[in-house]
Design a protein around this ligand. Structure first.
Ligand code: 2BA
Length: 110
């Protein structure tokens, strides 16, 4: 058995939940946020049999899209003379999903 831990963008979290539940995967969704962008994202815990691993990854791949985000590297600064310096936003590509696959030693439902 494997535990799939995947971080996806908040915009994709609802449709990913729907698709996984429709295919009868057991899913736990946690509302999280990324350390770099500090934006809301979602982390899914999905316990699967080894033979279901490829299917769950293909559902994630088909649902979660890569998007560009624009980040202001620093706040506007006032320069000597009173002019305001506006730093250019930096483009950051956020992947569709970050996926970790972990072996499960034991699975119990009590
Ligand atoms: P964030 O930490 O908010 O990162 C969002 C995007 O910012 C990343 O997209 C990456 O393109 C960029 N980024 C992250 N750290 C950076 C840095 N130190 N310098 C420059 N750019 C940086 P993704 O790599 O697709 O990651 C999307 C989200 O997946 C991350 O959101 C984080 O919540 C999670 N994640 C990614 N790698 C992880 C890891 N090794 N462990 C745990 N969570 C991870």
């Amino acid at each position: 058995m494997k535990m799939v831990i995947t971080v996806v963008q908040g915009k994709d979290a609802g449709s990913l939940t729907d698709k996984l539940v429709a295919k009868r995967f057991g899913v736990t969704r946690i509302n999280t946020s990324g350390g770099f962008l500090r934006e809301s994202n979602a982390t899914f815990l999905i316990g699967v049999q080894d033979e279901q691993l490829d299917e769950v990854i293909s559902v994630i791949r088909a649902t979660c899209k890569t998007r560009s985000h624009f980040l202001n590297p620093m706040p506007p600064m006032s320069e000597p003379g009173g002019e305001i310096y506006m730093p250019n936003p930096v483009e950051v590509q956020v992947g569709g999903a970050t996926i970790f696959v972990v072996a499960v030693d034991k699975y119990l439902r009590l």
